[in-house]
Ligand binder design. Structure first.
Ligand SMILES: *Cc1c(COP(=O)(O)O)cnc(C)c1O
Length: 379
């Protein structure tokens, strides 16, 4: 019997505790475990860096939701990325990364991995010919992030995965913006899914975390070895909070999408808005690919304000329900100015974003309140 997504989110890896009948997996706040004899750990648990039952519950649920063979949970999205990178790559290897990758991902490759001899090329991953041209004889990973931040470009996962495999490279997909409810990269041929679980998976802006999900058991085992060897695990309480958030992912994502669609409709008609950027709009350059591989278009919306940078900053400082903050994916709506906040470090680089751009993470509040808030901020 296979269950649907919503059922798996609530039950996968979360059988009631056999000892007490507790319906919710306990927070196993312990560093070590009683052994039944010398070198005989009970049920395989010996030390919580290596494994912990609360973390296991989260990992099992994530694997089920992404359709993977194995999942591993980490202290943050970047800890997950770093552990994957150092498992797969050696000095002399090469990776292809999106030319509009999440800033922290770009920094990890450009400022950290490069020092250890791993070379990289940034390419427009929405253009399959550009990806093909960027791959070298030493390429081990073709890294996708889709949709991207903040311009919401969408890469064709199936096409890139096929190309990567022809060149004996792995296709890794950062699925943070879509979540497994809206997009299933492993089913499209990707080898590894990356998450910042800080965002939609946790969903309540109360915990930082990351995850990797693997199509292949063997690669999962290799990364698990490195996770234990390098130590970037999340704690039991963080794993529990993330799992608690994950249970409602499907209902939250549907409401994020409903509200985002209404916000897009409102902004499109507003005279002070120069352009609305949302993959659900037919004029978005990635619309065709997005429709092909995503269930719905998500809760992230960007727009350009008439009047330039000062006007965009002004809008960000005038909303009341939309909170002025970085990050995304929580139940509360957030607004930010990428040029001066999340993407400040990209100024002058190929990752630079337009100065009149505003990014919204549309939350699940009453949508009329969101529209009134935007309306009064836009003046
Ligand atoms: C936030 C984010 C990350 C990094 O995750 P952390 O949990 O902050 O380390 C990676 N990729 C994307 C797309 C993100 O939004």
């Amino acid at each position: 019997m296979t269950y649907g997504f919503e059922t798996l989110a609530i039950h996968a890896g979360q059988a009631p505790d056999p000892h007490t009948g507790a319906v919710i997996p306990p927070i196993f706040q312990t560093s070590t475990y009683l052994q039944d004899g010398v070198g005989k750990p009970r049920k395989g648990y010996e030390y919580s860096r290596s494994s912990n039952p609360t973390r296991d519950a989260l990992q099992e649920c994530l694997a089920a939701l992404e359709g993977g063979r194995r999942a591993l949970a980490f202290a943050s999205g970047l800890a997950a990325e770093d552990t994957l990178l150092r498992t797969v790559c050696q000095p002399g290897d090469h990776v292809v990364i999106p030319d509009d990758a999440y800033g922290g991902t770009y920094r990890l490759f450009a400022k950290v991995a490069e020092r250890w001899g791993v070379d990289w090329t940034a390419a427009d991953v929405t253009d399959i010919d550009a990806v093909r041209a960027a791959i070298t004889a030493h390429t081990r990973i073709v890294w996708l992030e889709t949709p991207t931040n903040p311009l919401l470009n969408v890469a064709d996962i199936a096409a890139v995965a096929q190309l990567a495999h022809e060149r004996e490279a792995l296709c890794v997909v950062d699925n943070t913006f879509a979540s497994p409810y809206l997009q299933q990269p492993l089913a499209l041929g990707a080898d590894v899914v990356v998450h910042s679980t800080t965002k939609y998976i946790g969903g309540h802006s109360d915990v930082v975390g990351g995850a990797l999900v693997f199509a292949d058991q063997e690669l999962g085992a290799q990364v698990e070895f490195h996770q234990n060897a390098m130590g970037a695990i999340n704690g039991p309480f963080d794993a529990w909070l993330t799992l608690r958030g994950l249970k409602t992912l499907a209902v939250r994502m549907d409401r994020h999408c409903d509200n985002a669609e209404r916000v897009v409709e409102f902004l499109t008609r507003h005279p002070r808005v120069a352009q609305v950027i949302y993959p659900g709009l037919p004029e978005h350059p990635s619309h065709g690919t997005a429709v092909k591989q995503m269930r719905r278009m998500g809760g992230m919306v960007s727009f350009r304000v008439v009047g330039g940078e000062a006007a965009a900053v002004d809008v960000c400082e005038r909303t009341k329900v939309f909170l002025l903050a970085e990050s995304l994916g929580g139940v509360e709506s957030l607004i930010e100015h990428p040029g001066r906040m999340t993407h400040l470090s990209a100024a002058g680089s190929p990752l630079e974003v337009p100065a009149d751009l505003v990014r919204l993470s549309v939350g699940i509040e009453n949508v009329d309140d969101l529209l009134v808030d935007l309306s009064s901020a836009l003046g």
